[in-house]
Write a protein that binds this ligand. Structure first.
Ligand code: PMP
Length: 304
């Protein structure tokens, strides 16, 4: 596989208040964020030049930092403007935006009281690779050996870099065994989420059941899909779900900024048949994310 490394590309990255050439967006090896995982980030999608739910993402970035005990030295409005600036500067039409904030290098130890807080924002083109037909075949998943931690063990509501250690390990093991992704249970043994996405099941009662996000990220896509499902007449049940209850589910799907709405074909021994609910919500989500950019196209008079 030929990869285009992320540190060797053309374009601009916003760093601590200004755009810098892509290859110059560097930091020192003695950075607290690297050694002690004192970093928080976001993942945002650009549809037709517009960032979907930008302010919700920026507010979550601020909250993630506060949960780790630091304050990002830019307001939500300033970060929103910087994200838009990065998208425009790199001519992104359909892409991804990655803001990240971290503790710098003034102190190098567990304590980092004096460290400057940095913020960088990168964006790159990332169109949808899979057709809806291909996605309807569904993901093959295994159940991870790692569990989402107890909120007393980690700041589970923060989109903190450190929480992704077990996600990468779970995803690597799944891929090594021929699966697309892993389902993580939580510290009590309930169904939690995938390695970078939330999960929903269509149960025998005809309702959509999704785990209570009490020890993992309450995704922005998750909340969007709950709203869309209700508008399409589906009842939502948020509760603790035991893994063995998956035997009753007829459809299942993941939600997330990157995966959008993606059907699941199997999780370990449990099989699902992507059908009407997956299809309805995939279409509804697609229409929702394109709404803003269609409006922009109308205003400017340009074709979408
Ligand atoms: N859980 C995890 C672990 C994630 O990384 C993500 C992606 N940010 C999600 C859930 C879904 O969140 P969102 O819908 O806000 O992208």
């Amino acid at each position: 596989m030929s990869l285009m490394p992320f540190d060797d590309r053309d374009g601009s990255i916003w760093m601590d208040g200004k755009l810098v050439p892509w290859r110059d967006a560097k930091l020192h090896v003695l950075t607290h964020g690297l050694h002690y995982a004192s970093g928080v980030f976001e993942g945002e999608r650009v549809y037709g030049k517009e960032i979907f739910k930008l302010t919700e993402h920026t507010e979550r970035l601020h909250q993630s930092a506060e949960l780790l005990g630091f304050k990002i030295p830019f307001t939500v409005a300033e970060i929103d403007a910087a994200c838009d600036q990065v998208v425009a500067a790199n001519n992104i039409v359909d892409g991804y935006v990655r803001p990240i904030a971290w503790r710098g290098s003034e102190m190098m130890g567990v304590s980092a009281q004096q460290n400057t807080i940095h913020l960088a924002i990168a964006a790159w083109e990332w169109p949808a690779y899979f057709s809806p037909e291909a996605r309807m075949r569904g993901l093959k998943m295994r159940i991870s050996d790692w569990a989402r931690p107890d909120p007393r063990t980690a700041p589970t509501r923060s989109k903190a870099a450190g929480l992704y250690m077990i996600c990468t390990m779970s995803k690597h093991k799944a891929e090594a065994e021929g699966y697309h992704d892993a389902l993580m249970l939580d510290w009590r043994g309930y169904v939690a989420e995938a390695t970078g996405a939330n999960i929903f099941f269509l149960m025998e009662d005809g309702k959509l059941h999704t785990p209570d996000p009490d020890c993992f990220l309450d995704g922005i896509t998750r909340r969007t899909v709950i709203d869309l499902a209700r508008r399409n007449g589906y009842e939502i049940v948020q509760r603790h779900i035991k893994p063995e209850e998956m035997v009753q589910a007829t459809e299942a799907f993941l939600t997330g900024t990157a995966v959008e709405v993606t059907p699941i074909a199997s999780i370990g021994e449990y099989q699902f048949t992507p059908g009407k609910v997956c299809e309805t919500l995939m279409k509804a989500y697609d229409a929702e994310v394109r709404r803003g950019s269609d409006k922009a196209a109308l205003i400017t008079g340009s074709a979408a």
